[in-house]
Design a binder for this molecule. Structure first.
Ligand code: GLA
Length: 755
């Protein structure tokens, strides 16, 4: 890892983990230009890549074609309205409503370490493992100063960028667009990889050619959303899962965002990520500053797999702060899909008693324990225990659970208020609403104006009172509607700033929660994965991946999520079959195998499970304890995707020391008259010998579908099961997967190094 400056050539060079990023400031005027982002290159002067020796040349040599220059020069942070017709990185209006802005180089600083961003989630690093370049740009006429920050981390092929705007002038400036990063890439024939979906179908991958003009994914819902994700990947021609060049861009932010490509007239691609400019307007009085969220730019020469690895390493080592990151998480049981709102103390304890016997360690009491909430039409905002349902409150419940050796978790939805609540009746102005308009309801609820300190305080005090009233080990923080009617009734609440200030308010509340309760295990959630993003991971080590717990639907959702985020962050639970989301029948064994890919738990009432399913639970928990460390700490590699092949899914997790690997194979659709499938098992130690085992024999015998993996099904593996086999052979020759009969069948295969 290094950042260097070649003063003679005006070149800044960032190197880390086999990646190089180069930018150059032109001699005349100081235009910050982008030269290169990709695989490590030699320490040569590559300023020729800016093509300033070609027509239309630099404007100093060719004043008459200044406009053509600006419209084709690869800019590091383009301004607005003065000649570049591609998308600007920054837009402002001054007091007269004028919109011209052109940030030019002033100075720079290179330092060891990485500063965190106040009030925003951000990466962190030490003096030893990170270095930061701060590039100061200024627009002389408006007095706007921009500090572009670039950080690299030891061993990780990534650059983390952000921008701080400061008003050095004497008049107020309104910022209307401030992208966290802008990058002019000189790579042709790129394909755009995005993760899109809806409720219950989050983060499905999509790959399309990058066409001329703009293509974007975005959210204006106030959250990162189920529909789009603040990420885009760019895949070079022929790049795939394991090979070829892939560039990944991820925004560490949980609100409105824009992630955009713009292929220009010369087939170069401008990539931008940042807060969505729609309805955004942040007024900067003289002397004031505004900080953008951070964007992560990853380079991979090993396809999507290399990009995934870089994101996982970066997030695990430089974003996730929780003490729970590498700790074994308790196996939990959540009562939501078991009871919905219809529960009381006795019902919860009935679930808990059976769960405790099976080895489940934590009961999560989901929605419905507070105010007068009996369905989703009331009481959000009234965070006091409903003693009719729970006599003795949290204290009694946690004591009863402690007798069973179980801990308690509680659900909250702190950002919301029900129109039918004491809070709303007392403070109708605490909900967002436009003057004179009845706000739009979603799930019969309104959004609290968390931009106001008194609202945040009131919510926090209520939550703290509940947590202090008993032993609470875990909180599920939910958020179940998008933002509409975003207008504040507080003095001076500038409307263009509210979406962002709402996100800052949420971040501040979560920061307060984990500061006051440092041992609390916090799980974020937003109707499933509606806010599963890098921003929220700064506060919680795990996030509920989707409300859809059908194991087969989960394969695509978990593939998209794990493409960016470590497996230890994905909430994955076993629920009933037929699943409530799609009505599909999936064997209990398969449900267990798929849930092992994340933080493990149950979303059902064991007392109502068919006995043959319930009988598998203790074995599943044993598997979680056996492979939990591997899943949390190991490296994840996707070997096949049923989104591509429509037949089967396969992924590998391998320990850092390569002693142990676990491969999950799910046959989504069975086929007649096929041979066993050959799968290569990459990334093991080439010369080490591995003992290959089909895991989970207890499960095969009790599989409720009756299609258990019989001896004939593993016969095809017998040749390697009997004797250890080298990592090199496993990577090239591979293994033959057991032939499974039927749909939705799965198998786990362990590779353990010998000697
Ligand atoms: C959301 C969550 C669910 C559950 C319900 C409760 O939909 O995603 O897991 O907590 O809210 O209302």
């Amino acid at each position: 890892m290094n950042i260097s400056y070649d003063e003679a050539a005006g070149i800044f060079r960032l190197d880390a983990g086999g990646m190089t990023y180069v930018l150059r400031v032109t001699d005349e005027e100081g235009f910050p230009g982008h030269l290169y982002f990709g695989k490590r290159v030699g320490e040569d002067d590559i300023s020729y890549l800016a093509r300033t020796e070609e027509m239309p040349w630099l404007p100093s040599g060719n004043v008459r074609d200044r406009c053509s220059f600006l419209d084709s020069f690869p800019q590091e942070y383009p301004g607005n309205g003065v000649g570049d017709f591609r998308s600007p990185a920054v837009c402002v209006t001054d007091e007269k409503g004028q919109t011209g802005v052109q940030p030019l180089y002033v100075s720079h600083q290179i330092e060891q370490g990485k500063k965190t961003l106040p009030g925003l989630p951000s990466t962190f690093g030490t003096q030893k493992d990170s270095m930061t370049l701060s590039l100061l740009l200024a627009d002389r006429e408006t007095g706007l100063e921009l500090t572009l920050c670039y950080t690299v981390f030891e061993g990780i092929p990534a650059v983390v960028r952000s921008v701080r705007a400061h008003n050095r002038g004497e008049k107020t400036i309104a910022i209307r667009r401030l992208m966290s990063c802008s990058l002019d890439m000189d790579v042709q024939d790129l394909r755009l990889l995005t993760l899109n979906g809806t409720w219950g179908r989050e983060k499905h991958k999509q790959i399309l050619p990058v066409g001329i003009g703009t293509q974007q994914v975005s959210s204006i819902r106030g959250i990162s959303s189920h529909q789009a994700h603040p990420f885009l990947g760019l895949m070079a021609e022929h790049a795939g899962q394991e090979s070829g060049e892939v560039y990944g861009f991820n925004l560490i932010y949980s609100g409105n965002f824009l992630a955009q490509t713009e292929r220009d007239q010369f087939d170069r691609v401008r990539v931008q990520l940042g807060i969505h400019p729609k309805d955004f307007c942040w007024e900067l009085a003289p002397g004031e500053s505004f900080q953008s969220p951070e964007a992560v730019l990853v380079y991979s020469a090993e396809g999507i797999d290399g990009m995934t690895h870089a994101f996982h390493e970066l997030f695990r080592n430089h974003l996730l702060r929780s003490p729970w990151l590498y700790r074994e998480r308790p196996v939990l049981i959540n009562n939501w899909e078991a009871t919905f709102f219809d529960f009381d103390l006795e019902k919860l304890l009935t679930i808990a008693r059976r769960a405790a016997k099976e080895g489940i360690e934590l009961l999560v009491m989901d929605d419905g324990w507070f105010g007068r909430r009996k369905d989703d039409n009331s009481s959000l905002g009234d965070w006091t225990v409903n003693e009719e349902k729970l006599p003795g409150g949290i204290a009694r419940l946690s004591e009863e659970l402690a007798k069973l050796n179980m801990k308690l978790g509680i659900w909250f939805e702190p950002e919301m208020v029900s129109p039918d609540s004491d809070l709303y009746r007392a403070h109708p102005d605490w909900a967002f609403s436009f003057d004179g308009r009845t706000p739009c309801r979603a799930r019969n609820q309104y959004v609290l104006d968390l931009t106001r300190r008194e609202v945040r305080d009131a919510v926090f005090d209520q939550i703290a009172a509940v947590l202090d009233s008993g032993e609470v080990a875990y909180v599920k923080w939910d958020m179940n509607r998008p933002l509409t009617d975003v207008a504040s009734h507080a003095e001076g609440g500038q409307s263009g700033a509210l979406f962002h200030r709402f996100v800052l308010g949420t971040y501040e509340l979560q920061e307060r929660l984990i500061t006051r309760y440092p041992e609390l295990l916090l799980e974020n959630c937003s109707s499933g994965g509606g806010r599963f993003d890098a921003g929220m991971l700064y506060y919680s080590p795990q996030i509920w991946t989707s409300d859809n717990t059908d194991a087969i639907e989960r394969l695509a959702i978990q593939e998209g999520t794990a493409m960016l985020y470590p497996m230890s962050t994905m909430g994955a639970h076993i629920s009933v079959s037929p699943s409530q989301a799609v009505g599909r029948l999936v064997p209990m064994a398969t449900r267990g195998h798929v849930a092992l890919a994340g933080t493990f738990g149950y979303e059902l009432d064991i007392n109502h499970l068919p006995e043959e399913d319930a009988a598998l639970i203790s074995g599943q928990i044993a598997l979680y304890h056996r492979y939990g460390d591997l899943v949390r700490e190991g490296d994840y590699h996707r070997l096949a995707s049923w989104q591509d092949n429509r037949l089967f899914d396969c992924y590998e997790v391998i320990s850092k020391d390569k002693q142990l690997a676990l491969v999950t194979f799910v046959q989504v659709m069975g086929e007649a008259n096929v041979k066993s499938r050959r799968i290569r098992i990459p990334h093991l130690s080439p010369d080490a010998r591995y003992r290959v085992t089909v895991v989970d024999p207890a499960v095969r015998e009790h599989d409720q579908s009756g299609n258990f993996i019989g001896s004939d099904e593993i016969a095809c593996m017998r040749s390697i099961l009997d004797k250890p086999i080298t990592g090199r052979t496993l990577a090239e020759a591979g293994i033959l997967m057991p032939k499974l009969r039927g749909d939705f069948r799965s198998v786990l295969i362990e590779f353990r190094q010998e000697g």
